[in-house]
Each structure stands twice: as structure tokens, then as C-alpha cells.
Design a protein around this ligand. Structure first.
Ligand SMILES: CC(C)(COP(=O)(O)OP(=O)(O)OC[C@H]1O[C@@H](n2cnc3c(N)ncnc32)[C@H](O)[C@@H]1OP(=O)(O)O)[C@@H](O)C(=O)NCCC(=O)NCCS
Length: 279
């Protein structure tokens, strides 16, 4: 989020809130929420270091997540016309990655889910008994996601450098087996891998904040091609490759959705400064 975008965030959140959440709240609850989502309040939490990630379709902001204390979801809202397209899941994944970068020891992410969002959070990976609590008129269900230590998320151009390094490391055993160190995965350049990022779905597996695995896929004439499955030698035989394949197969099944999702840009106040490629 950039300075001046607080208005857009507030408008989006309040619009979605009024339609989906407010009907279940008392007047007191609605007032309490309105106090939490003013331009001034958002600006002050932004300055205090809360993570804000916006999902944009071209220039239009269509989704937003705010993380407090690098571990708690304070806001997660997706505009009606853009719901059920995986935007909330992607926002949560991106937020977790930043939280893990800030705190590699992080073991869980928490949220006080509004009752209407329980099933969505459950599908994303959060758990919690479906018992509704009420504080100051705000109804919520406490939920948490115990981090399995591994997060699978869509890779971005910023990851290209690290994934290329990992690829060259992971394919050493293949090269040794065939006594051929000129196999394509070892010869690929940064520009070439960036082309793959443009034309393919690229996933990454994160362990303790570092990229430990990746896989790529594309479809041509209704055939899907999965390739470049790589796992860091220190993390092989832990099921990471299987997780990556399971995830990419799911993405390929919903390729219609993935195609729509591609143009969305996810921006974070923090990532711009700190998620630049290492080295
Ligand atoms: C909750 C919310 C953020 C989900 O956003 P979204 O972008 O539609 O969610 P996604 O598309 O990433 O969906 C993630 C998963 O949740 C499921 N899901 C999403 N909304 C759901 C709903 N209303 N009921 C049941 N499941 C739902 C999706 O099917 C998907 O599961 P799958 O991968 O197994 O198919 C959005 O509905 C919203 O803004 N709601 C109103 C505001 C709100 O209540 N926010 C939470 C405040 S704590």
C-alpha cells in the first residue's frame, strides 16, 4: 500500500463489510467496526508497521489483507465481483510469507473470523471450533492456522533469481547421473526463466522463509505440461515435491480461474522494500 491509498482501502472494506458482515452485527458492533476502519485509523496502523497487501485488477483495488503483529489477520476483504477466484487465499499466502520473513519462528497465524467467513477461512487452512463470541457487538469465531513449516504459493519475478539458483543445485544429481552438465535446467539463464514466469504457472515452497522447492506448468492444446520440479537437497524426501505437484494440479484444474487471476497484481508496503531478490 502506498500513501494516499488509505481511502481506497476504507471504501472497499466498508462496502464489503456493509453487504456481508454488518447484517449479522448489532448497531454497537457496526459502530465499533466503523471506528476501526477510518482513513486515520488505517493510516496510523500502516505507519505502525502493520502489513497491508492489496490485490489489484489493473488499477482497481479488489482485495485487501491487513496483518497485525506479523501473525494476526486484522482485515481480509475481497470485492463481491471478485470473490471465489482465489484472491483471499493468495493474499493470506503472501501475508504469511512476509510474516515468516519477519519472524522465521512463527508457528501460527490467527484470525477472529466473522461468522460468514468461517467456511472460507476453513478452506484456506484455518481451524477453530465454530463457537461465536461477541465483544462490543462484534461477532467472531477465533481461528488459527498452525504453520506446517511449509507454505506453497505462486512465485513472482522477484523469486526468479533464487529459483534459478535452486534449480541449478537440484539438477546437479541429474547431470551427474547422465554425466551431462549441459542439460537445459543447468543452462537456463535469468532472462529465460523470467520468460517461464510470464508464460507458466510457477509455484514455490517456502520453509522457514526460504524457497526450498518449485514447480512450473503450462497448458498447450488442452494438454498440461508440468516440469522443473525441484526441491533443495536438504529438504528432499519430506513430501515437498508431492505437495508442489498436488497444488499445481489443483491450479491446472482451474486454469480458467488462473487465467483470470494472472493479471492481478499484489502489492505490499513491506514487500516493495524488503522482498527484492537477495544477492
Ligand atoms: C471471506 C472472503 C475474504 C473470501 O474471499 P475470496 O477471495 O472469495 O476467497 P477465495 O476465492 O480465496 O476462496 C478460498 C476458499 O474459500 C472458499 N470460500 C470462499 N468464500 C466462501 C464462502 N462464502 N462460503 C464457503 N466457502 C467459501 C472458496 O471456495 C475456496 O475454497 P476451495 O479452494 O476449497 O474451493 C470474502 O468472501 C469476503 O470479503 N467476505 C466478506 C468480508 C469478510 O467476511 N471478511 C472476513 C473478515 S474476518
Amino acid at each position: 500500500m502506498e500513501a494516499g491509498q488509505q481511502n481506497i482501502v476504507v471504501d472497499l472494506v466498508l462496502n464489503v463489510f456493509n453487504e456481508f458482515v454488518a447484517p449479522q452485527y448489532s448497531t454497537e458492533g457496526v459502530e465499533e467496526f466503523n471506528k476501526f476502519v477510518t482513513v486515520e485509523a488505517v493510516e496510523s496502523r500502516f505507519k505502525a508497521g502493520n502489513i497491508f497487501i492489496l490485490a489489484k485488477d489493473e488499477e482497481k483495488v479488489v482485495g485487501i489483507i491487513e496483518m497485525r503483529g506479523n501473525s494476526h489477520i486484522a482485515l481480509l476483504f475481497v470485492e463481491k465481483a471478485y470473490q471465489f477466484q482465489g484472491i483471499a487465499r493468495e493474499l493470506v499466502h503472501r501475508a504469511i510469507i512476509i510474516c515468516l520473513e519477519r519472524n522465521p519462528q512463527l508457528i501460527k497465524i490467527t484470525v477472529n473470523s466473522s461468522p460468514n467467513a468461517y467456511d472460507a477461512y476453513y478452506s484456506i487452512g484455518f481451524r477453530g471450533e465454530k463457537i461465536i463470541k461477541t465483544v462490543n457487538g462484534i461477532q467472531f469465531i477465533p481461528m488459527e492456522w498452525k504453520l506446517k513449516n511449509i507454505i506453497i504459493a505462486q512465485a513472482t519475478d522477484k523469486d526468479a533469481h533464487n529459483i534459478l539458483d535452486l534449480q541449478k543445485l537440484a539438477y546437479q544429481s541429474e547431470a551427474k547421473r547422465y554425466n551431462d552438465y549441459s542439460i537445459p535446467p543447468l543452462m537456463q539463464t535469468l532472462d529465460e526463466i523470467l520468460d517461464d514466469f510470464k508464460n507458466q504457472i510457477v509455484l514455490k515452497a517456502i520453509i522457514d522463509g526460504d524457497i526450498a522447492g518449485s514447480v512450473r506448468a503450462y497448458s498447450l492444446n488442452e494438454t498440461c505440461f508440468i516440469g522443473r520440479l525441484i526441491v533443495h537437497p536438504d529438504h528432499q524426501n519430506k513430501g515437498i515435491g508431492t505437495e508442489l505437484i498436488n497444488h499445481i494440479e489443483k491450479d491446472l484444474n482451474s486454469l480458467q480461474v488462473t487465467k483470470v487471476l494472472k493479471p492481478y497484481i499484489f502489492i505490499t508496503n513491506w514487500a516493495i522494500k524488503d522482498l527484492s531478490p537477495k544477492n
